[in-house]
Design a protein around this ligand. Structure first.
Ligand code: C5P
Length: 260
């Protein structure tokens, strides 16, 4: 089984070059029909709640297939962080939408820079996750980020990880996975991850935070977290990472275009 890529280059497509998504360009590609029928055969979406293992699984599946990865949660984390940096009013939807619209982000050599500042690690904190979940409930923010995300679909193939990849962003994807696990198991995994990174963390508050975040993600009006009708649900509570990856690859062989 392949290892999870060590760098974060896979986060936004595995390209070491500078990538600054351009919404106008994305819209143009959509209008031209470049994200069309055939492209959908090369898209796998993996949605699910926090801590279900989506990021790791998406990276491994992509590594196996030689496809790119989109970690859509990072875009919401970046928006939340930038809103904090700018002391934006978290109750003002228009302001938050503008923050998302004007993000100056560069993905280069596995690092994420927000206005020239390295935020690769800081966007992974629990606080950034909670801010992300708050801005993610805002229609204007989701609208601003939609085109950026669709821009990542190319003929190379894409594994897109998030909450609404199969329902909203790539509704015609050839294979849709809804990956879940119990809240306790997800908190335990997250705890281990944060400890390894040397970040301060308390397990009980983590379970609570995960539940709160699920609640907000599932009950928001805009693109709530739910399995697409045609998604395959996998409960990873008692499965190993390799077992989940194998299940997804087996489905990919059935439903996707795996030609290079
Ligand atoms: O996946 P990650 O934990 O990085 O996502 C952070 C937050 O961003 C989620 O809790 C969710 O509220 C939001 N999100 C979303 N739609 C996505 C990806 C993430 O609403 N496609």
């Amino acid at each position: 089984m392949a290892e999870v890529p060590k760098t974060q280059e896979h986060l936004f497509g595995g390209s070491p070059e500078k990538q600054t998504p351009n919404p106008a360009y994305c819209t143009l590609r959509l209008l031209r029909g470049e994200i069309g029928k055939n492209m959908n055969q090369k898209i796998i979406t993996i949605d699910g709640p926090s801590g279900s293992g989506k990021g790791t699984i998406a990276a491994l599946v992509a590594a196996h297939l030689g496809w790119r990865v989109l970690d859509s949660g990072a875009l919401y984390r970046l928006t939340g962080l930038q809103a904090r940096n700018q002391n934006a009013d978290f109750h003002n939807a228009d302001v938050l939408g503008e923050v998302a619209e004007n993000l100056q982000v560069e993905f280069e050599h596995g690092k994420i820079h927000l206005e020239k500042q390295d935020v690769t690690d800081s966007i992974r904190s629990e606080k950034a996750g909670n801010d992300a979940s708050r801005v993610a409930a805002v229609t204007q923010v989701r609208a601003a980020l939609l085109g950026w995300q669709q821009h990542f679909a190319t003929s190379q193939g894409l594994v897109a990880d998030g909450r609404d990849m199969g329902t909203v962003v790539f509704p015609r994807a050839a294979l849709k996975i809804f990956l879940t696990a119990s809240a306790e198991e997800r908190a335990r995994r997250r705890y281990k991850q944060l400890k390894e990174k040397g970040m301060p963390v308390i397990l009980t508050s983590l379970v609570e935070e995960i539940r709160e975040r699920d609640e907000r993600d599932m009950n928001r009006e805009e693109a709530p977290l739910r399995a697409a009708d045609d998604a395959l649900t996998i409960d990873s509570s008692t499965l190993t990472i390799d077992e989940v990856v194998e299940q997804i690859l087996a489905q990919a062989h059935k439903y996707c275009d795996l030609t290079p």
